[in-house]
Write a new protein. Structure first.
Length: 382
């Protein structure tokens, strides 16, 4: 019998230290322009990629991609925050992300979106050190493939219906229809009606305003579409206004932008507007904090979409690992964010198949970054 000795792993765990942080700004171009309520758009967006190198020769990758004018985060704020955290990061133990992240929070409170990329890179190194995929460290893989939703830009109703049919032909059974870009509630009702007719009864259809409408318009849309079997997503900019819409329409509600910490999740649950919730890594501060939010949502009874705001293969892989470690009955869906943008940063990253996607299987995040697509770093800390 051949035996494989394992003392090297113990040595790495005991003495490994972070020696360098490299950072890149990478423009990601969406497959289509996303039009949203209140004049928001998403076309070419800058993502921030980081690499942590250790004295054991391992590299961990992290990513965060804030959408401009969308949340309290911006891509060019990541590098200054990480520079401020250099005394904590450099020389730190990368194995066991939450210990170093606690030190980072004590040193620089807040700035969770910048810390999200750091936390993801630490989980990547921890998994590579252990020789295990991240989902194994998060509790184990609960299902082989994960359900996807498809996001449909807010354009003419007939065009949205065509996009829904195209996605359904690829196996998608959950459809997010962006609403509010044209500013009239009647067209939003037509959008929901035509998407529902295009995919037929059964598939999940929900209309998303991205916080960009009023209670009056959202209530009129909800009542106009109440016979269609649809869900509403984040119509207004406050939890209280979302609760007014839910109460007036009787439709299920998905929370997104306003879900960002324990307090917001508990308040949304008290208000009865968390039938479903989007847990986005960068809003909570990475995998460590989002896992805690996931566990709270398991207790509260909400179904979850586990994803991030935007991004390529690194942040997509991180979200898929957490989704894979979540009970299937409580995972509403995930998103193949990297499938919506170019360039792809990891040639071996998973892609959608028959409306579902599998998490990576290799150690750590399980994706191999093509450094040629990144070019020279914009920042090196060592």
């Amino acid at each position: 019998m051949n035996r494989i000795a394992a003392p090297a792993l113990t040595t790495i765990v005991a003495g490994q230290r972070i020696t360098r942080l490299s950072l890149w700004h990478v423009p990601l171009t969406s497959h289509t322009v996303y039009y949203m309520a209140d004049g928001k758009t998403c076309d070419t967006v800058e993502t921030v990629v980081i690499a942590l190198d250790t004295d054991a020769g391992l590299t961990g990758w992290g990513e965060v991609c804030p959408i401009p004018h969308y949340l309290r985060a911006y891509a060019r704020g990541v590098a200054p925050a990480l520079q401020e955290l250099a005394p904590v990061i450099l020389g730190g133990d990368p194995v066991g992300a939450e210990a170093l992240m606690a030190k980072a929070e004590a040193f620089l409170p807040g700035h969770v979106y910048a810390k999200s990329a750091l936390d993801i890179a630490l989980w990547d190194i921890t998994g590579r050190t252990a020789g295990l995929p991240v989902h194994a460290l998060l509790g184990g893989q609960r299902q082989e493939t994960l359900p996807l939703y498809h996001s449909i830009t807010c354009v003419e109703p007939d065009d949205m219906a065509r996009m829904a049919r195209d996605a359904q032909a690829q196996g998608i059974t959950q459809f997010q229809a962006k609403l509010g870009a044209s500013g009239d509630w009647q067209t939003d009702v037509e959008r929901l009606a035509k998407v529902r007719a295009a995919v037929g009864p059964g598939p999940l259809v929900y209309g998303d305003w991205n916080c960009g409408t009023t209670t009056l318009d959202a209530i009129r849309v909800g009542r106009g579409a109440a016979h269609l079997d649809v869900m509403l997503e984040q119509p207004c900019a406050t939890l209280e206004d979302c609760a007014r819409v839910q109460s007036a329409t009787g439709l299920p509600m998905k929370l997104d932008e306003l879900a960002h910490d324990t307090a917001s999740l508990l308040q949304a649950h008290r208000l009865g507007i968390m039938d479903a919730v989007a847990l986005k890594l960068s809003k909570f501060g990475g995998l460590s904090a989002t896992r805690r939010a996931r566990d709270l949502c398991l207790h509260l009874g909400a179904k979850m979409c586990i994803e991030c705001t935007w991004g390529s293969d690194i942040v997509t892989a991180a979200a898929l690992h957490l989704g894979a470690a979540t009970p299937p009955s409580r995972l509403l869906n995930v998103c193949d964010l990297s499938g919506y943008v170019r360039p792809r940063l990891a040639p071996d990253a998973p892609t959608r198949a028959k409306g579902r996607i599998a998490p990576p299987v290799g150690p750590g995040l399980g994706v191999t970054i093509d450094k040629d697509r990144l070019g020279p770093p914009d920042l090196i800390l060592d």
